[in-house]
Ligand binder design. Sequence first.
Ligand code: SF4
Length: 240
Amino acid sequence: MNAPDTTTDLRAKAMLLEKILNAHYGAPFAFFSQRDPVSEMVKTLLSHRTKNPVTKVAYNTLVERFPTWQQVIDSPTAAVEDAVKLVTYPEVKAPRIQNALQTVKDWGEGELTLDYLEDMDVPAARKRLAEIPGVGAKSTAAILNFSRLQMPALVVDMHHLRVAARLGIVPAKATLEKGAKILQSYLPADYNGQQVFDNHQGFMRHGQKVCHWRGPNCGACVVRDHCDYFQKKNSNPAAV
Ligand code: SF4
């Protein structure tokens, strides 16, 4: 990140990049699902270190075998583990999901719901979700933004973070958690869930399609004129 940049400059740059990327990739983007937040929590817990298509198959298998979340809680952990065996670490995720569902049920005094989060602001709702064992910062945002609640919590994955770091709007070595905090702070306070979702999608799609981890395709990049990495590479190829 260039030293002379101020927070105001970086926010303006982040907003300009969002505009270019969203126009390029075709925002507004369709939301992934209309899942309720409890179901989104389960899907998110399955998704750690697992590719999206595999997560989807495992999630669908789970809900086919156990049509209610209460049945997941009541079933032997081995049976839950077998249903989600395609994901990474099913032996960890199965008990984690059962515990998370039990926590949600305890909070709801018997009712398995997180719908009440909609009445909280985003920081309070994220704080609440982070109390569930196994639910990290990225997951709290995913549960709020990707579910039918569509709350304005910014999800930042490794694609999003890598692109933001190369462009110079987060420090090069920022962790996912720190980068997400910085990127969320750039967004206007009145952004709705769709606008926040679009921000994530634009950067993430750019990371998936052009700004690859190995060998970014800078020649085909619509934001290269604003990219710290690209400028550095051109001025000193050995430095990147
Ligand atoms: S110019 Fe290259 S490094 Fe920079 S964002 Fe584009 S693809 Fe990524």
